[in-house]
Design a protein around this ligand. Structure first.
Ligand SMILES: NC(=O)c1ccc[n+]([C@@H]2O[C@H](COP(=O)([O-])OP(=O)(O)OC[C@H]3O[C@@H](n4cnc5c(N)ncnc54)[C@H](O)[C@@H]3O)[C@@H](O)[C@H]2O)c1
Length: 255
């Protein structure tokens, strides 16, 4: 049976665990050759070993905040699998800073991973996409780009910036037949969410569950399904959009 990503080479950032790992796995299952970059070297190598039975998966250790790491991993990925046709900017981190106490260095760390990296990696992959007149970029933003929660400063600012970057890139790249979209997950069961609930009152998790119309949080595979759709030709007329995948959480207000 034909996969929805047959013939594609998809590059995923932050693919060693969580949502990124689910995207790596699903893109492989849909027929793509898949490369991923992460600072979590052991987990990345383990995942690549587990998934590489078909020789279609490559892991490169590196940080998306370092242009030299991005160039090295991208160039090796292209040498193995040909030009990148799909890019998922997924690497990200939470931030729990105090707006008064936060230092400039801490601010720059957050924006470097959650915003600047998406441009750095796109800058590396775009020349190949432009030459092919083909490409789809998916930026993993967040529900925090639409509404936020106390104690997350300045995560919402970085993720809102990522949605803005998505719109700008979509306009710049449309003439090259390259689509650029954001995908904004709500609560998704990963390390990030576990870290958040571990820092807070034990009742908060139940409160969050109760606010979801579906009565549960999302699984990484459910976010990955939407990413695969946006990467695929089935989404051929979708660009410049922000897809909110939050199980209906943002459809209600308090009360
Ligand atoms: N889990 C959620 O509820 C949720 C909700 C909204 C948005 N998101 C976003 O989804 C994305 C994935 O989050 P997750 O929940 O899977 O988190 P996670 O912490 O499980 O995974 C993030 C991955 O990114 C990697 N990473 C971090 N900094 C990096 C760097 N500088 N270079 C390369 N890799 C780096 C980490 O090592 C890790 O493997 C993030 O952008 C996050 O902001 C998550």
């Amino acid at each position: 049976m034909a996969g929805r990503l047959d013939g594609q080479h998809v590059l995923v950032t932050g693919g060693s665990r969580g949502i990124g790992a689910a995207i790596v796995e699903k893109a492989l299952a849909e027929g793509a050759r898949v490369s991923f970059i992460d600072i979590e070297t052991q987990a990345g190598e383990g995942l690549a070993r587990a998934l590489d039975a078909s020789g279609r998966c490559y892991f490169g250790a590196g940080s998306v905040c370092a242009a030299a790491d991005i160039a090295r991993v991208h160039d090796e990925a292209v040498r193995r699998f040909g030009p990148v046709t799909g890019l998922v900017n997924n690497a990200g981190r939470n931030s729990y800073a105090d707006p008064v106490a936060m230092t400039e260095a801490e601010w720059e760390d957050v924006f470097s991973v959650d915003l600047k990296a998406a441009w750095l990696v796109a800058r590396q992959a775009l020349p190949g996409m432009i030459a092919m007149r083909r490409g789809s970029i998916v930026n993993i933003a967040s529900i925090h780009a639409e509404m936020t929660y106390p104690g997350f400063f300045p995560y919402a600012a970085a993720k809102s910036g990522l949605v803005g970057l998505t719109r700008s890139l979509a306009l710049e790249m449309g003439k090259h037949q390259i689509r650029v979209n954001a995908l904004s997950p709500g609560y998704t069961e990963t390390h990030l969410v576990r870290e958040f609930f571990a820092m807070n009152d034990p009742g908060l998790r139940q409160k969050a569950l109760d606010a979801h119309p579906l009565g549960r949080m999302g699984q990484p595979a459910e976010i990955a399904s939407c990413a695969v759709f946006l990467l695929s030709d089935e989404a051929s007329f979708v660009t410049g959009a922000n897809w909110l995948v939050d199980g209906g959480l943002s459809a209600r207000f308090a009360g």
